[in-house]
Design a protein around this ligand. Structure first.
Ligand SMILES: Cc1cc2nc3c(=O)[nH]c(=O)nc-3n(C[C@H](O)[C@H](O)[C@H](O)COP(=O)(O)OP(=O)(O)OC[C@H]3O[C@@H](n4cnc5c(N)ncnc54)[C@H](O)[C@@H]3O)c2cc1C
Ligand code: FES
Length: 257
């Protein structure tokens, strides 16, 4: 049974144009969350009934804190951006399955696009071996310093060439041609599809964190289903991104729905 909590916001700051980081004091979520899981955030405004799913960017189990990084795209996220240190917020979580961390994987490749980068931060802290972070942005990179501090080798692409390689993250993957043992990816759907094809072409296993419009976030409304194949099987079935995912093996996802 997922639980509701009412944590206090202990930090809220703008880290880039339209992008905020919010730190919550929530021992329960910090103590149990797995990398790649998300939480549902509720708005104060009663007319904005549905919670908004936001990935857990980082937790500190000792301090009991949970950090989120979110982009302001609509009324819900705009409402979050107006909250201040000391305010309380209603949250549900942790939700979803998270990334699988397998033994015997020595070279890890994180591939993040834009606001898909946050869940890769917590993940990077749990990986043993070499970690390469391929990060793609339109203009302004985010969370690069954090990933670097946790030991990842950083490779940045920006579409306009503002920082690092000029182009997208797939072109950067092609250019560097590093062959890892596992890819963990989060970002926009077209990027995830391209990462999936890139990984398949090189025989690298890949996990993708899918973003789907969500209402309940707990497997009840069926609003977030996607066609997913079981490994080794031809037939697909509808799986819920909120509870069966958001992380799936890339070869299980039917990309052209
Ligand atoms: C598993 C998961 C993790 C996510 N993690 C992050 C993150 O770390 N940082 C971040 O900035 N964004 C993240 N998102 C996207 C974020 O949930 C949406 O940007 C947000 O819900 C938009 O709400 P809004 O009210 O501002 O926009 P509106 O477009 O006005 O939202 C209206 C409704 O649609 C739903 N909705 C809208 N866009 C999305 C979307 N992309 N995914 C799911 N539901 C959506 C909202 O929950 C709301 O009910 C994540 C989405 C999912 C599914
Ligand atoms: S959002 Fe309701 S079932 Fe997934």
């Amino acid at each position: 049974m997922k639980k509701l909590y009412y944590p206090t916001i202990i930090e809220q700051k703008q880290i880039a144009q339209g992008i905020f980081s919010m730190k919550l004091q929530c021992d329960e979520i910090a103590g149990t969350a797995l990398p790649g899981q998300f939480i549902n955030l509720y708005c104060k405004e009663h007319e904005l009934l549905l919670p908004r799913p936001i990935s857990i960017c980082e937790t500190d189990k000792q301090k009991g804190t949970v950090m989120l990084v979110y982009a302001v795209v609509g009324r819900g996220t705009e409402s979050f951006s107006r909250l201040q240190k000391g305010d309380m917020i209603k949250v549900l979580g942790p939700l979803g399955n998270g990334f699988k961390i397998e033994k015997g994987v020595n070279i890890h490749m994180l591939v993040g696009g834009g606001i898909g980068v946050p869940p890769l931060v917590e993940l990077s802290k749990h990986l043993k071996g070499e970690v390469y972070a391929f990060l793609g942005f339109a203009h302004n990179p985010i969370l690069v310093g954090k990933l670097k501090n946790y030991g990842a080798k950083i490779l940045v692409a920006t579409e306009d060439g503002n920082v690092g390689f000029k182009g997208n993250v797939i072109e950067l993957l092609d250019k560097k041609d590093i062959k890892g043992d596992m890819i963990y990816s989060c970002g926009p759907k077209p990027m995830l599809k391209a990462v999936s094809e890139w990984a398949k072409g090189r025989g690298i296993r890949a996990q993708v964190s899918m973003e789907e419009r969500m209402a309940c976030g707990i497997g009840v409304c069926m609003g977030c289903t996607r066609k997913i194949k079981k490994k080794g099987e031809k037939d697909w079935q509808n799986r819920k991104v909120c509870t069966d995912g958001p992380v799936f093996w890339s070869e299980e996802v039917i990309w052209d729905e």
